[in-house]
Design a protein around this ligand. Sequence first.
Ligand code: HXC
Ligand code: NAP
Length: 267
Amino acid sequence: MSIFRDDILAGRVALITGGGSGINLGIATALRAHGAKIALVSRSQERLDAAAGALSPGQVDARGFAADVRDTDALQAAIDQTVSAFGRIDVLVNGAAGNFLAPAAGLSPNAFRSVMDIDARGTFNASRLCFEHLAASRGVILNISATQAFMPTPLQAHPGAAKAAIDKLTQDLALEWAPMGIRVVGLAPGGVEGTEGMERLLPPELEEEMLAALPLRRFTTVDEVAQVAVFLVSDAAAYITGTTLVMDGASAMPLSGVLWRATRSAP
Ligand code: HXC
Ligand code: NAP
């Protein structure tokens, strides 16, 4: 279900990194439902083929092109294949990411680098390599961030640093590329239920306590994130650029969880 008109993205082509699963696949599904043709880019061709087939029977209006966002030659090839299949790129969603819980003191330099490379360098790589296409279409980049970017979070120094770098890229690319008609926006969800990220980050035994600390008493959903993504890439957001929209149900406001717990029994 969507509150937006069906055809608001008709004629547009969206390339979505990390689009074969989870939140990014939810975004791909919503953009497709509003008329966009979809190119999914991540490492597993098998996963991409399954996802593209589900988005468009026969893969007519959705295709998957395998590439690791750290490998600029492979990424360039995926972008070229997208343009040969669909003729243009109007929307780039940078959603590819890696994450795991690890204390900074137990993180090898290569582990830190891996996450920085996938998230932050991958976001720059895809943005830079799509630049000419986005300038031609006066397109939009949507960077998927997370609250770890600005909220100190234990065991999350690596994705926190990577997502903070992405938020800074959102600002600086927005500034530099506005004259070419390219908007650059970010979206930072709180925990999203039923996703790989939550599976990796939230031990089941902590779920109840975590839910009790959330002001809205629930996590967000893939569909809710996807609807906000539709808005941000649509013409309704034409004057929004350089902004990362936080949609976390107020969970990352300073001390919100602690204060909520302290006051919820008060009248
Ligand atoms: C400590 C670990 C580790 C762990 C891997 N490493 N897992 N260190 N704890 N649990 C270390 C490895 O030992 C290695 O370091 C280095 O990281 C690279 O590991 P590889 O397996 O060689 O890397 P690669 O194959 O590139 O895989 C990347 C990955 C993997 C990030 C490690 O988990 C992955 O592919 N993830 C993709 C899917 C994913 O993470 N989805 C969740 C996104 S959700 P050494 O020194 O041994 O060589 C998300 C959540 C919310 O991001 C938002 C938070 C900001
Ligand atoms: P997910 O399903 O694991 O999505 C991550 C995607 O990135 C996968 O499809 C993966 O596919 C792809 N990927 C990983 N490494 C890649 C690489 N080197 N090159 C190309 N693609 C790569 O996880 P998710 O939880 O839905 O997360 C999606 C996005 O939302 C991420 O940016 C995440 O940081 C963000 N986010 C998630 C949450 C949450 O609660 N889950 C909260 C805030 C933000 P392959 O492994 O097949 O390559």
